[in-house]
Design a binder for this molecule. Structure first.
Ligand SMILES: *Cc1c(COP(=O)(O)O)cnc(C)c1O
Length: 373
C-alpha cells in the first residue's frame, strides 16, 4: 500500500453517500451554473468564518484577482506580499498590471513579517514611483499571519488588506476565523487544500456590501442588471453547481477534520522534537495544517530516506517568488530576502491530512533520526 501525501480517497469513502446524492441532485435539476447549491454554499461559508458576504468563484487564483479588481488595483500600484508563497499570490498582482513588492518572512511562522513590511513600505514610498495600495498577507501552511499589526500598518498608509487564505480557511487568529481577517479575504477549494472540491473552486469574503456587489458583477463579465448589461470589465469566474454540492457535503465534517489535523500535527511534533525544527504556532493562533513543514540542514537527505521507505514529502517552496524567472525584470538578487531564501533551502512538508495513520509519525521519526545522526 502506498502512503498518500494527501488522502482524498478515505474522505470520499466516508462521505460517499451524501456526496453522490448531492451530485445526482444537480444532474437532475440541471442548473449546472449558478444553481441553488451556490447560494446555499455561500451562506454556509459566510457563517463558518463570520464574514458578512461570501462570493464563490472558479479558483483561488480568481478569488484573489476578483478582490484586486474590486479595489481597482492597476498600473503604478504597489501590492506588498510575502515572497515565500505559491506563485499565484504574486501572479494576480501582475495580471492586474500592478507591481508586486516582496516582503521577507518571519522565520518561525513563514508568514509576512510586520517589521519587514514597515521597512519595505518606507523604501517604496521614498523611491516614489509606485503608490502603496494593498497588503496581501498569506496564511502559509494554514497558519494565520499577525493580522492586528499588519492591519494597523496598512491603515496608517491607507492600504487595503487582502487575506490570501487559500491554505488557511478555518484557521483561528485571536478568536476570529480566517476568511474574515482581511478587508477582503480569498480562499481556494483546490482538491489538496484543507477544504477542497473535486476540481477548481474558490471564494471571496468581505463585510462590505458594495465590494461584495462589485465582486459579484466582475464574476460574470462585469454585469449590471443582467449579464448582457456590461457596466465594467470582468471575468467568467463562477463556481460550478456540482463543486458547490460537493463542498456543502464536506463542510459538514470540516470542523471535525480540523480537529483531526491538530492531532496529526501534535503527533508529528512530539515524535520529531529534537531531530528537526518543528512548526511554531503562536499563542492564540490555530493552524488548519494545510501542510506540516519541518526545517533541517539535512532536508535533501531526509527527503531521500523517506522516499526510499515509500513515504512522500514535498518542498514548498524551492524558489521564493522574488527569485522566480518570471520576475527577473523586477531586479531582485539572491540575498535580498534572506529569511525566505533560507526557508526555501531547509523546508520539507510531510504527509498531512485528517486520516493520517497514527503510527506514521513514529515511523518517520525513526527514519529522520537515522538520517540526521
Ligand atoms: C493554492 C493557492 C492559491 C491559488 O489557488 P488555486 O485554487 O489553485 O487557484 C493562491 N495562493 C496560495 C497561497 C495557494 O496556496
Amino acid at each position: 500500500m502506498t502512503i498518500p501525501f494527501i488522502d482524498l480517497k478515505t474522505q470520499y469513502a466516508r462521505l460517499k453517500t451524501d456526496i453522490d446524492e448531492r451530485i445526482r441532485t444537480v444532474l437532475d435539476h440541471g442548473a449546472y451554473i449558478m444553481g441553488p447549491e451556490i447560494e446555499e454554499l455561500e451562506r454556509q461559508l459566510a457563517d463558518f468564518c463570520g464574514a458578512r458576504y461570501a462570493i464563490s468563484c472558479s479558483s483561488g487564483t480568481d478569488a484573489l484577482l476578483l478582490a484586486l479588481m474590486a479595489d481597482d488595483i492597476g498600473p503604478g500600484d504597489a501590492v506588498f506580499t510575502s515572497s515565500f508563497t505559491f506563485f499565484a499570490t504574486a501572479e494576480v498582482i501582475s495580471l492586474c498590471g500592478a507591481t508586486p513588492v516582496f516582503v521577507d518572512i518571519d522565520s518561525r511562522t513563514f508568514n509576512l513579517d510586520a517589521d519587514e513590511l514597515e521597512t519595505t513600505i518606507e523604501r517604496v514610498t521614498k523611491a516614489g514611483n509606485l503608490v502603496p495600495r494593498c497588503v496581501m498577507p498569506v496564511n502559509l501552511f494554514g497558519l494565520p499571519p499577525d493580522m492586528d499589526r499588519i492591519t494597523e500598518i496598512a491603515r496608517a498608509h491607507k492600504m487595503m488588506v487582502l487575506e490570501d487564505t487559500a491554505q488557511g480557511f478555518g484557521g483561528v487568529y485571536k478568536g476570529r476565523v480566517s476568511g474574515s481577517l482581511g478587508d477582503i479575504s480569498a480562499t481556494s477549494f483546490f482538491p489538496a487544500k484543507p477544504l477542497g472540491c473535486y476540481g477548481d473552486g474558490g471564494a471571496v469574503f468581505t463585510d462590505d456590501q458594495q465590494v461584495a456587489e462589485k465582486i459579484r458583477s466582475i464574476r460574470v463579465h462585469g454585469q449590471g442588471a443582467d449579464k448582457y448589461d456590461n457596466v465594467r470589465i470582468g471575468l467568467n469566474a463562477r463556481m460550478d453547481s456540482i463543486q458547490a454540492a460537493i463542498l456543502i457535503a464536506k463542510l459538514q465534517v470540516f470542523s471535525e477534520e480540523i480537529e483531526l489535523r491538530q492531532e496529526a500535527a501534535s503527533r508529528y511534533s512530539k515524535a520529531l522534537a529534537g531531530l528537526v525544527e518543528t512548526p511554531y504556532t503562536p499563542e492564540g493562533y490555530t493552524s488548519v495544517w494545510a501542510q506540516y513543514s519541518i526545517l533541517s540542514d539535512h532536508r535533501d537527505a531526509i527527503q531521500k530516506a523517506l522516499a526510499d521507505n515509500g513515504i512522500p514529502s514535498v518542498i514548498y517552496y524551492r524558489i521564493p517568488c522574488h527569485l522566480a524567472g518570471a520576475y527577473k525584470e523586477l531586479g531582485y538578487q539572491e540575498g535580498d530576502l534572506p529569511k525566505s531564501e533560507t526557508a526555501a533551502k531547509r523546508i520539507l512538508s510531510l504527509p498531512m491530512h485528517p486520516y493520517l495513520e497514527p503510527a506514521l509519525a513514529e515511523q518517520i521519526a525513526h527514519i529522520v533520526a537515522r538520517t540526521v545522526a
